[in-house]
Every structure is written in structure tokens, then in C-alpha cells.
Design a protein around this ligand. Structure first.
Ligand code: F3S
Length: 391
């Protein structure tokens, strides 16, 4: 891989071991995947934040780094609400470790906003055609597909390395030739709300990491696309998809001849709860995977208006969205539902004490059993609220 004289200096350790390690990681990846050079990035989004997932070894690795990121960089959700962690019943010990991780990232110049929807928080992070290095799978999918930016599926260390160097190796989704769809997904039924998560849940499992182009009769909102991409990245490894007539790059390509048709009955199948037979009732109703947007919060506020939740109910969003919409948050909290920031029902250990989680997210539905040891059932947003307020 070609390196500029300045990059060679970083490789030789002239700016210290942190930058040397960072560029070594980028060059190693570039060599493995056949990159010709490093290219500048506009922003980085760094996973590996929850103490639940990175533990002491991860904390030590980040704490040992000495340097500053050179592009706007933001964190993935942490293992707890950084302010209201006691309300989540997080232990003091976990909270201290989590705060240490956040401080270690802060010392590197990373913004300590912890969210998987950074594109709803800052305007300067990403735009059409921008090269970026992001590492949360739903954010990657949204950036590549809905915004038309370009990122590979970075791991935490490679995203942090890219943030420190301001560059990423030029391969994979950064190149036009690797953004071409290879399978057409024809969606027969009209979809709405969590149906998109159900669709992603099915399609991801069918196609793995292939790039699909969807033919959908209904017109998905940005939030519905967010939900579709998140679920496909969880049940498969889809990092880029196109939707005919909707996503920004759809008209660049021929329609692939390999076709898969999705019928109504397949979507309905995802909603079927195996727990009805043993009459297990959900004891946690969780929204906000990926983090709730303002329209999603408004919808929840309307659905919860004048009602009281009778089951533990969480709504996860970013702190910036919460702080900018305090009146809206108050309307939601009046129902007894808890709005948590900086974290989510999957990366926080707080959900592990529940038996059955009801979610409106295909991604959370996929991950809750494996990553939290909690059974899960998928339902529409309206049905989730009905369950939350039922006795
Ligand atoms: Fe975000 Fe957590 Fe879901 S990181 S996409 S809310 S699993």
C-alpha cells in the first residue's frame, strides 16, 4: 500500500507509539484487503464503549493510548445511562468502570455523546459521498444506504485508529465497484412501522453479507429504513442496501437477476410468539433500537398520552435528542415510562434481569436472547404500548 512521507513517519514512530499503533492497524487492514492507499475521512464512530462488552482488557487498551483524534469522533452506546444509572439498577462498581472508559475516550478528544444514531445529532459528521469510519452496524447501514456515505464495517480499534490518523484504507464500500447490488428483494405486502424490522430480520438471515436492492410497494420513512437496516445487519451482515425509488444510489445500477420474494405470511411469522403457549408475559417493554428519533418519541408520547405504564418500560435515545426535546420527554415520562440516554436494552447489563422483553425492533429481537440472555418477542409500536399499560 502506498504511504505518503508523513504516513511513513507515523509508521516509524516519529509521533509516538499511539499514532504508530494506529497507522499499523490501518495499514495491516489495507494490506489484507488490497487497499492502494489511505484516504481522508470526515468522521469516526467508535464501538467498544460498554464495560459489559469490552471489560477490563478494553479499558486498559484505551487508557494506554496517548494522542488526540483529528476528525469529529463519537461513541457508540455505553452500558448505562451516564446520569441516571441508578434508575437502571446498575452497580456502583460497573458505573465506575463505565465512567473510566468514557474519560479515557474523552482524553483522546472523542465526543462523549454515546449513540448509534449520530447522524441525528450532528450535521457535520456525514453527507452524501463522504468517506467515514463507523463501527456500529446499524449506523454503518444507515450511513451507507440512506445517506449515501461510504464506510466499511469497522471494529472499535480500527475506527479509533482512523479517528487518530484521520484516514482509512481505501477498499470495500469506499469503492464504487463494491456498492453494486447482487440480489433483488421483492416485497409483496405493504409494510408499516415494525414490519420493516421484521423484513430486515428475515432478509439478513437469507442473504448474509450480500448487497440487496429492494422493490417495496410502500414508501418507508427514514426511521423505517433505519429499522430495516439495523435488523439486516443483526440477523445477517448487510452493511449496504438500496431501495428502488428511495435511497440515493438506487438508479446507478442494473437490477440483479437473482430474486427473492417476501410474502405477508413470512412477515407475520416473525411476530409469532413461542411464549404464548407457556403464557409468559413480557416484563420489559423496550423502545429505541436504534436510538429513538424525535418523530418516534412524538409517536410514543401520543400513544402514551393520558395512560400509565404498568410494566417496566424503557425508551432509549441519545442525550442530545433528550436535551433538545425536554417537553416531549416530560410528556412521555408522565406515563411512568423511563427515557434512558447513552445506552440501550442490548448493550446494558440492566436488561439481563428480565425474563421476556417485548420490542418493536427487529435488531433488538435478534440480539436480546444471545447478548442479554432475555427471551424476546417482536410487536408493533402500538401493541408494545398496549402491553406496557396493561395490568
Ligand atoms: Fe443501537 Fe443498541 Fe440497537 S447500540 S442499534 S440501540 S442494539
Amino acid at each position: 500500500m502506498y504511504l505518503t512521507p508523513d504516513e511513513e513517519k507515523l509508521m516509524n514512530g516519529e509521533r509516538g507509539s499511539t499514532y504508530q499503533k494506529a497507522i499499523e492497524i490501518l495499514v495491516a487492514l489495507g494490506d489484507i484487503y488490497g487497499a492502494d492507499r489511505l484516504i481522508p475521512i470526515k468522521s469516526a464512530q467508535i464501538a467498544g464503549v460498554s464495560y459489559k462488552t469490552i471489560g477490563d482488557a478494553g479499558l486498559e487498551w484505551i487508557s494506554d493510548l496517548k494522542g488526540k483524534v483529528v476528525v469529529p469522533s463519537i461513541l457508540n452506546p455505553a452500558g448505562m445511562d451516564l446520569e441516571c444509572w441508578r434508575d437502571m439498577k446498575i452497580s456502583e462498581e460497573f458505573a465506575n468502570k463505565q465512567q473510566e472508559i468514557i474519560r479515557a475516550y474523552e482524553a483522546l478528544g472523542v465526543k462523549t455523546e454515546c449513540s448509534c444514531t449520530p447522524y441525528t445529532i450532528y450535521d457535520d459528521l456525514v453527507g452524501f459521498g463522504d468517506h467515514i469510519a463507523w463501527s456500529e452496524s446499524s449506523a454503518i447501514s444507515y450511513a451507507n444506504s440512506v445517506i449515501g456515505a461510504r464506510t466499511n464495517r469497522e471494529g472499535g480499534p480500527s475506527a479509533l485508529s482512523a479517528a487518530l490518523i484521520g484516514k482509512t484504507p481505501n477498499f470495500g464500500f469506499h469503492l464504487d465497484e463494491n456498492r453494486v447490488p447482487v440480489v433483488t428483494i421483492i416485497v409483496e405486502p405493504k409494510l408499516h412501522d415494525s414490519d420493516y424490522g421484521a423484513l430486515g430480520y428475515i432478509v439478513g438471515a437469507m442473504i448474509g453479507d450480500k448487497i440487496p436492492i429492494f422493490k417495496i410497494h410502500s414508501h418507508p420513512s427514514k426511521d423505517e429504513l433505519k429499522s430495516l437496516g439495523a435488523a439486516m445487519a443483526a440477523s445477517g451482515a448487510v452493511a449496504l442496501y438500496h431501495v428502488l425509488g428511495i435511497t440515493p444510489e438506487f438508479d446507478k445500477f442494473e437490477i440483479p437477476s437473482e430474486k427473492i420474494t417476501i410474502e405477508r405470511r413470512q412477515i407475520q411469522e416473525v411476530y409469532k410468539s413461542p411464549y404464548n403457549d407457556i403464557s409468559l408475559e413480557p416484563d420489559l417493554i423496550a423502545f429505541g433500537c436504534p436510538h429513538s428519533s424525535v418523530p418516534e418519541l412524538e409517536n410514543l408520547a401520543c400513544l402514551l398520552e393520558g395512560k400509565k405504564v404498568k410494566k417496566e418500560t424503557w425508551i432509549c435515545t441519545s442525550r442530545a435528542i433528550k436535551n433538545r426535546n425536554l417537553a416531549l420527554i416530560k410528556r412521555i415520562e408522565k406515563s411512568g415510562a423511563k427515557v434512558f440516554c447513552d445506552t440501550c436494552m442490548v448493550v446494558s447489563p440492566a436488561s439481563e434481569k428480565f425474563k421476556l422483553m417485548m420490542v418493536n425492533s427487529g435488531k433488538a429481537h435478534k440480539y436480546a436472547p444471545n447478548l442479554c440472555g432475555v427471551k424476546s418477542v417482536l410487536a408493533s409500536t402500538k401493541r408494545c404500548v398496549e402491553m406496557a399499560v396493561s395490568g
